[in-house]
Design a binder for this molecule. Structure first.
Ligand code: IMP
Ligand code: MG
Length: 179
């Protein structure tokens, strides 16, 4: 089969080509340029997965802004809940400033819910979520996602920053697991 890749022990097929991703990234960046004109937002990109998306998104944002990169520290041994206790590397003062979280994918939504909760302790003036991908069929909670590039089915995907067991982040297209 054409357009497939092997990542470790699994086979993936192209599901979202680069051109489609980039046109949706441009669309969302235009929305942010319009909504955040004059507001000087702080983008907080959640590592590792969002590094490619953040790089493309930010180059389409043409209003004054800052970007910082954070990691979410999970509770040891409770990996399935996605519970976080800390935002690591929050080196910019977000007090009284509008924050836009840049995430690669929202699945159950639990990671973003905990991120919002923890971030609010730092007293930003507002917080919006900007995600590359959303799996609406997996969402477990009511989450207000203002910016979303693409909605996808419940399948496992890799590429364009997203990984399978640490591998597969370095592709231009997005690939779906072949069952
Ligand atoms: P949550 O379920 O919304 O809390 O998502 C937790 C994390 O799971 C995301 O930030 C991603 O890092 C990862 N994730 C969810 N779905 C996928 C996928 O299809 N491929 C790769 N990583 C995923
Ligand atoms: Mg992530």
């Amino acid at each position: 089969m054409g357009n497939t890749i092997q990542v470790k022990d699994k086979t993936f097929a192209v599901s979202i080509p680069q051109e489609k991703i980039l046109s949706e990234v441009k669309r969302v960046a235009a929305e942010i340029n319009r909504d955040y004109a004059g507001k000087e937002p702080v983008f907080l990109a959640v590592l590792n997965g969002s590094f490619v998306f953040a790089a493309d998104l930010l180059r389409e944002v043409d209003i004054p802004c800052e970007i910082s990169f954070v990691r979410l520290a999970s509770y040891q041994g409770v990996s399935t809940t996605g519970e976080i206790r800390e935002i690591m590397g929050l080196s910019v003062d977000v007090t009284n400033r509008p924050v836009i979280i840049v995430e690669d994918i929202v699945d159950t939504g639990l990671t973003m819910a905990h991120m919002l909760e923890t971030l609010k302790k730092h007293n930003p003036s507002s917080v919006d979520i900007c995600t590359l991908l959303l799996k609406p069929g997996k969402l477990q909670i009511n989450l207000d996602i203002r910016y979303c590039c693409l909605q996808i089915p419940n399948d496992f995907i890799v590429g364009y920053g997203l990984d399978y067991d640490g591998y597969g982040r370095n592709t231009k297209d997005i690939y779906t697991l072949v069952q």
